[in-house]
Write a protein that binds this ligand. Structure first.
Ligand code: NAP
Length: 302
């Protein structure tokens, strides 16, 4: 890889894409594409664009991520999550470029009682999970230089996510009912982007290191306990108390897409291969809260 590689970031305006722009800003000549430049639902448009740019590193943070809506738009979700990654992988292979792609804990059915490892059998419960699994498999079939990072419960300072929803609802309501029977690891977009940069920097041209890895923050929790931690860490304005969080079961909050009961992922392979571990989920949350607070202060002119 050259000293100043051409780096392409797709999905640059998403949660992870935004943070990849920050983490990779000094890593090379960065080009960012959003849906207006390269629409992954027209996967073939990617080929001439990539051939023209000739990137050495492709970071694909673009995805159809509306888990519930995917149940009614399965074809669109499959094109973006399953077909476009194959096109990216084929074009990357032609250029001998590295493709970094993200996948999800929702490739598993949640039935295991301990953290899932990469070699565990996949069995997605919903359309989103099936489309993301198709994307993983397509990239592996093409077989070029690739890293597929399965992550989970992504949140960050930007975009639509559980943290920002909780901060909004928490300022409006005195009581919130939150699902308490799904186990996973909230993972910050900041931590994902920083770990990706560290791995790309240390990656040796060792074919054995390419493949699928789990990449989540450390520890595990439920959505209810995640909400309580958000409210515990948030600086409430004078006169405002954190809302009371009432635990409920998934059956009391029906959604179009089923979610796995346990989607905690083991990060041992990532650590053993690259010596990289993401922070535990509470510390990562605290870092993200600091970023949000400083953004809010900047907007308020403090
Ligand atoms: N969010 C999670 O909880 C979660 C959990 C596990 C894994 N992941 C995976 O992590 C990766 C990053 O997710 P994220 O949370 O950063 O997602 P995100 O915030 O929803 O961002 C997705 C990005 O993809 C773009 N996109 C969607 N459809 C597109 C299309 N047809 N053409 C081009 N771009 C398109 C979006 O653009 P617009 O803004 O224009 O829509 C957005 O910039 C994805 O692979 C996702 O599957 C996410």
């Amino acid at each position: 890889m050259s000293d100043k590689p051409v780096i392409l970031i797709l999905g640059a305006g998403g949660q992870v894409g935004t943070e990849l722009q920050r983490s990779f800003a000094e890593a090379g000549e960065v080009t960012t594409w959003d849906r207006k430049i390269a629409d992954l639902s027209e996967a073939e448009v990617l080929r001439p664009l990539i051939r023209q740019l000739q990137p050495e590193i492709i970071l694909n943070a673009a995805a159809y991520t509306a888990v519930d809506r995917a149940e009614t738009e399965p074809d669109l979700a499959m094109t973006i999550n399953g077909v476009a990654p194959r096109v990216l992988a084929e074009e990357a292979a032609k250029l001998d470029a590295l493709l970094v792609h993200y996948s999800t804990d929702y490739v598993f059915d949640g039935s295991k009682k301990s953290p899932w490892v990469e070699s565990d059998a996949t069995n997605p419960l919903n359309t989103y999970g099936r489309t993301k699994l198709a994307g993983e498999r397509a990239i592996q079939e093409v077989g070029g230089k690739h890293l597929v990072f399965r992550t989970s419960w992504v949140y960050g300072p930007h975009g639509h996510n559980f943290l920002r929803t909780m901060l909004r609802l928490g300022s409006e309501r005195d009581e919130l009912k939150i699902v308490d029977d799904q186990f996973g690891a909230p993972t910050s977009s900041l931590a994902i982007a920083d770990a990706t940069r560290a791995i790309v920097d240390t990656l040796k041209a060792n074919a054995a290191d390419y493949g699928v890895y789990h990449m989540t923050c450390g520890g595990e929790t439920t959505w209810r306990r995640f909400a309580e931690e958000i409210f515990a860490q948030h600086m409430w304005p004078d006169g405002r108390k954190a809302p009371q969080v009432i635990p409920i079961s998934s059956s009391e909050y029906p959604t179009p897409a089923m979610r796995p009961a346990n989607s905690v992922l083991s990060n041992e392979k990532l650590q053993a291969t690259f010596g990289i571990a993401l922070p535990d989920w509470q510390s990562a949350l605290s870092e993200t809260m600091k970023v949000i607070a400083s953004k809010d202060a900047a907007v308020a002119g403090i």
